[in-house]
Design a protein around this ligand. Structure first.
Ligand code: NAP
Length: 244
């Protein structure tokens, strides 16, 4: 029987971990797909393709031509357009689609979180909460803060962000994984008094450092759950693939 060819929609730690986990499994082959947002991405093992497909129709055409038998959407929890496209394209060509989403974060004792529904809601709440902001929302999510003139911002991203940007901004170019000691040092050195983050899930030394320092956190809620079977771990995704 031919291998089951799996398209892994990536750009996350989980997508790389799934490609790694599939590599030694007989009966599977994978193609990982990246959007191409970063110039030097961390690559998963195995074949990789880079760049958009051209919407639902483009992805459906790719699935057919490449002989894909199953799709695992392991994109970032906030990459909802890609997830919606994957589900729609899978339906068009009758290929099963699984969504792999790491769980979001839950507050612990000592946390001072304010949950907000969007980046613009976070921007609106900021001036009342603090004046020196650590913005960890990623370089493509800085524009909603561009008009917040009352605050000074420290933004961290893998590559330099593009305008529109906040007027009073310092950028740290860095890529994780981060650790609590480093995050604590960053908060103290820059006299940060409020942290803004998406509820991305996964390891979160920045949240622990904020908790220790008593710093409030603006936590941007995830988009709603996609209308497809969804699992939270690579092991569950492998189990699903075994049943395809
Ligand atoms: P998005 O808004 O959901 O997607 C916009 C378009 O980018 C899609 O319609 C698709 O273009 C293309 N695209 C997205 N992910 C792709 C993939 N894995 N392979 C091929 N094309 C892809 O996505 P986004 O929020 O801009 O995120 C882009 C990538 O960065 C994703 O792969 C995501 O996992 C990663 N990422 C996102 C965030 C975040 O906060 N959003 C954080 C960390 C990493 P076409 O319609 O032309 O196919």
């Amino acid at each position: 029987m031919p291998d089951l060819k799996v398209l892994i929609l990536g750009g996350t730690t989980e997508a790389r971990a799934l490609a790694t986990a599939c590599a030694p499994v007989p009966g599977f082959s994978t193609v990982s797909s990246l959007a191409g947002r970063t110039s030097d991405p961390r690559l998963p093992p195995g074949p990789v393709r880079i760049g958009g497909f051209g919407g639902v129709a483009g992805l459906a055409g790719y699935l057919r031509e490449a002989g894909i038998g199953a799709v695992v959407d392991a994109t970032h929890p906030f990459a909802s357009r890609m997830t919606d496209n994957a589900i729609a394209a899978g339906e068009l060509v009758s290929i099963p689609v699984l969504v792999l989403r790491r769980p979001g974060w839950t507050a612990e004792p000592g946390d001072r979180w304010h949950r907000v529904p969007s980046l613009s809601a976070a921007a609106a709440m900021l001036p009342g909460l603090g004046s020196r902001v650590f913005l960890t929302t990623g370089r493509q999510s800085l524009f909603p803060f561009a008009d917040v003139d009352d605050c000074w911002f420290l933004a961290r991203s893998v590559e330099a962000p593009e305008p529109p940007l906040p007027r009073r901004l310092e950028v740290v170019l860095d890529r994780g994984p981060f650790n609590v000691v480093g995050e604590r040092d960053l908060l103290v050195r820059h006299r940060i008094d409020v942290l803004v983050t998406k509820d991305s899930g996964g390891a979160a030394p920045k949240l622990r450092a904020a908790r220790e320092q008593g710093i409030p956190v603006l936590m941007v809620d995830r988009p709603g759950l996609p209308p497809a079977q969804t699992v939270g771990t690579v092991a569950e995704a492998l189990e699903w693939l075994n049943g395809v």
